[in-house]
Design a binder for this molecule. Structure first.
Ligand code: UDP
Ligand code: MG
Length: 327
């Protein structure tokens, strides 16, 4: 399919995909700005009037789904799907992307809390019209993040790159993906989802758009330290096996070091000057014990992922839609 929005052959149908988990405080505030942006883009003839804002309710326990249903009754530009239970942000995004894939030319995924600046969408569409199949939204500052989040996030991106993962620095899940890329991405069947690392693997022409990250309009983040670490581990294990190689390398180094130690002790024993070195023994024991436990942990992490992948469980289950499904 050609990107022909500008020469009037075919208008681009855009689906804005917005995952929501317990966002009853946020939804009424940000839905207006989403709709305004969509209408502006339609007026400017950048997108077709068939474009939609698709909310993905990720098994919320508050009034989120009810609010989405009300929005869809009020304005036909709003539609929604609901997951049968909470499965996490990445799976909610996947559900939305796969649902939208056959209905539109291009998708933009964005959080519903107003943190990602909505105005960047126009630039993304422009980049798509210039031929980009994927456009990454990149934060140009992290002023609104806490010092802790800023530092941990930076370490994370650096580490992923170090182990060979292809991630865009300071890009989260605010991005445009064309349906051509989604078609190919649908063949990536993994359960261990880390979209910001997987989409670059699909390839195709890509671009970046810079934007300012704001504060949440209401409510609070669902990413606790534990969830953030979970995502980080998922990212690392889904993109690279280099940590296991590093372990093998450490094992090799320790092996050679101990070979040297054995010879040294043997020669010492032959000479008859063996020493009662409790401290050095204990240090070596602790060090080796530590390295071994860490190594088993890392290997276990990968085995755990293999275990989950072999089950082939569905990655999302849509239980309700605000529209009739067309297959
Ligand atoms: N979210 C989701 N399922 C979850 C957790 C979060 O769909 O289990 C959604 C949430 O509603 C929001 C987006 O994912 O639209 C990002 O979450 P949040 O703002 O809590 O994360 P942060 O911006 O702090 O990283
Ligand atoms: Mg947020």
């Amino acid at each position: 399919m050609e990107n022909t929005a500008w020469n009037n052959k075919k208008e681009t149908v855009l689906y804005i995909i917005v995952p929501c988990y317990n966002e009853e405080q946020v939804l009424p505030v940000t839905s207006d700005s989403f709709l305004k942006e969509l209408q502006q883009l339609i007026e400017k003839k950048k997108i077709s009037s068939d474009s939609r804002i698709m909310y993905v309710n990720d098994g919320s326990t508050d009034k989120t789904w009810q609010i989405i249903k009300e929005l869809s009754e009020k304005d036909s530009h709003f539609i929604g799907i609901s997951q049968s239970r909470n499965r996490g942000h990445q799976n909610a995004l996947l559900a939305g992307l796969m649902e939208a894939k056959d209905r539109c030319d291009v998708t933009i995924t964005i959080d519903c809390d107003g943190q990602d600046s909505i105005e960047a969408m126009e630039e993304m569409i422009d980049a798509y019209d210039r031929g980009c199949e994927v456009v990454y939204g990149v934060r140009n500052a992290r002023k609104t993040d806490s010092f802790f989040k800023r530092v941990t996030a930076q370490c994370f991106y650096r580490f992923i790159r170090l182990i060979g993962g292809d991630v865009i620095y300071n890009h989260a899940d605010y991005r445009l993906i064309s349906n051509r890329v989604l078609e190919e991405f649908a063949n990536f069947g993994e359960v261990n989802l880390f979209l910001r690392g997987l989409i670059p693997l699909v390839g195709f022409e890509s671009g970046t758009v810079y934007y300012e990250r704001h504060e949440r309009v209401a409510g609070r983040s669902h990413y606790s330290l534990g969830k953030m670490m979970g995502l980080a581990f998922d990212g690392i294990t889904s993109l690279s096996i280099r940590p296991m190689r590093i372990i093998s390398l450490i094992g090799l180094l320790v092996f050679f070091a101990s070979l040297f130690g054995v010879i040294w002790i043997f020669v010492g024993a032959l000479k008859g000057n063996t020493i009662a070195g409790w401290a050095s023994m204990t240090i070596i024991l602790c060090l080796l014990g530590g390295i071994q436990l860490l190594s088993i942990g890392v290997i276990g992490e990968y085995i755990g992922k293999i275990y989950l992948e072999t089950k082939h469980r569905p990655r999302y289950i849509i239980s309700e839609r605000t529209y009739d499904r067309m297959d």
